[in-house]
Unconditional design. Structure first.
Length: 123
């Protein structure tokens, strides 16, 4: 994914990278300040890592507020195995993103589960 193509996202050039709390010198943002808690990232910093195989670490389960097994749900969605998706409660996923955030394999868990929920047959 080319982050510069995402609507509404402004990517700073290396010359514009301010420290937190400093002014951004861009005509579109003139006079606005970066908050002390905000993160401003360069294009290199927001480049997505390639997805690798699940290492079964269980981090996604540990952080899920509903205790769902995100890898099972994502892989069931990817393979369109609706029996497994229902057994592991795909419809219960609130899409908070905690699982994807902690995944060391960079599996797009939320996107896969969102896709699965959208195309899973309804009964």
């Amino acid at each position: 994914v080319d982050a510069t193509k995402i609507t509404g996202l402004y990517v700073l050039s290396q010359k514009e990278t301010p420290g937190l709390g400093n002014k951004i010198e861009n005509p579109e943002w003139r006079g606005q300040f970066v908050g002390k808690d905000a993160a401003v990232l360069t294009a290199e910093q927001i480049a997505l890592a390639d997805e690798t195989a699940c290492i079964r670490c269980g981090r996604c389960v540990d952080v899920c507020p509903l205790g769902l097994v995100a890898t099972k749900l994502a892989l069931a969605s990817r393979s369109r195995d609706w029996e497994v998706a229902k057994r592991y409660y795909l419809a219960a996923c609130c899409e908070c993103g905690c699982c994807a955030y902690v995944c060391p394999a960079r599996i797009p868990l939320v996107q896969l589960m969102r896709m699965g929920k959208a195309i899973m047959p309804r009964e």
